[in-house]
Unconditional design. Structure first.
Length: 92
């Protein structure tokens, strides 16, 4: 399960890819993060792979500070859970 969140607050768009594999992970983890042209590429890949994109500026700011492959901190669980619920419904 992957999803992307983006931030358009400043001119440099930020995109974060988050993934969760319940068989391997105890929590979702950061798969990719980038600003500007890298963010655009992340979003392009999401579009090509039919991966939902969720826009949440505050969450994007928090997640962009984390290292790649890092598990999501407990403080972000509530926001991530809401997004994952939305994605599960989207995918049926």
């Amino acid at each position: 399960m992957n999803y992307y969140t983006k931030n358009n607050r400043d001119k440099a768009q930020t995109a974060i890819a988050v993934g969760y594999d319940p068989l391997q992970d105890v929590a979702p983890r950061i798969l990719a993060t980038g600003k500007g042209s890298i963010a655009e590429k992340i979003l392009e890949i999401a579009s090509q792979e039919n991966i939902p994109v969720h826009q949440d500026e505050q969450l994007a700011e928090i997640l962009s500070l984390l290292e790649l492959n890092r598990l999501i901190p407990i403080e972000a669980y509530a926001a991530i859970a809401k997004i994952l619920t939305h994605i599960y419904r989207y995918k049926g």
